[in-house]
Design a protein around this ligand. Structure first.
Ligand code: CDP
Length: 245
């Protein structure tokens, strides 16, 4: 609980004023990956973590988990106290290079990707208590190890002193196409992509206040990049900043 008070505050290790992003050679390395809906943050973060032997922390999965539990417990009529009460029942368990939210002893992966959760999650993400709850969990999970953390405000609010900040963008049509291929496991039709594009830009609009590009973030437009290329760019940036990793 005490960690909540740090919400929006600086990261644990103080950084030298002359060189705000370079921290001592032995400290843990934090890569922050932010960007709009379906910009490929989570899959890229997971892949980068595997390549570098870091751990991936997906903050969006926690917003989704809080939303899924709220929907289970109260239907759509939930308010902030109800969401927070449900969130207290969620834990984050380390699994291989990542963490998964667990509720009532079960991994929540399928539950948090449900369309109803995607529709409601921006509303939950606007609740300040929920943001504090997510940020506390993310910081705790990241403590003492090299991590790749993805979300909307990681480089600005959660880890403003991250060693490397990346902001991923891509054309909405392309983001919609990729999200559908992932979900349907086949090529989507143009009308399916058009519908998904509409849903994505609506969600971008609802998430606009919490999606912030840090001034010191490297912008990567992935519209014309393969997943391998975007992962390679981030891995190369990490190795320039911290040779030997
Ligand atoms: O679908 P996508 O991968 O883009 O989203 P996600 O990363 O799973 O995040 C789901 C939702 O959580 C977003 O639409 C935001 O409303 C919220 N979120 C946030 O507000 N701040 C974060 N750091 C991460 C996610």
């Amino acid at each position: 609980q005490a960690r909540d008070a740090r919400d929006g505050g600086p990261m644990t290790a103080p950084t030298p004023p002359s060189s705000p992003r370079v921290r001592s050679g032995r400290s843990s390395f934090v890569v922050a990956i932010d960007g709009p809906a379906a910009s490929g943050k989570s899959s890229t973060a997971q892949w980068v973590a595997e390549r570098l032997g870091f751990r991936h922390v997906d903050s969006g999965a926690l917003y989704r988990a809080a939303t899924a539990v709220a929907l289970e417990r109260s239907g759509e009529s939930f308010d902030e106290p109800a969401v927070l009460a449900g969130a207290q029942q969620i834990s984050l368990q380390p699994v291989q290079h990542s963490f998964v939210p667990v509720w009532r002893g079960a991994e929540m992966e399928a539950m948090i990707r449900a369309p109803e959760v995607t529709r409601q999650v921006s509303r939950v993400a606007q609740m300040q208590g929920v943001r504090a709850w997510v940020n506390a969990h993310v910081r705790l999970a990241a403590e003492g190890q090299h991590v790749v953390v993805d979300g909307r405000d990681i480089g600005t609010v959660v880890f403003p002193a991250a060693d490397l900040k990346v902001f991923l963008v891509a054309d909405p049509w392309e983001r919609a196409r990729r999200r559908l291929i992932q979900r349907l496991e086949r090529s989507p039709s143009d009308s399916e992509i058009a519908e998904e594009t509409e849903r994505l830009v609506q969600r971008d609009a609802r998430d606009a206040t919490q999606t912030v590009q840090a001034k010191d973030a490297v912008l990567i437009d992935t519209t014309y990049l393969t997943q391998e290329e975007q992962v390679e760019r981030i891995v190369s940036l990490v190795r320039v900043l911290r040779p030997g990793l």
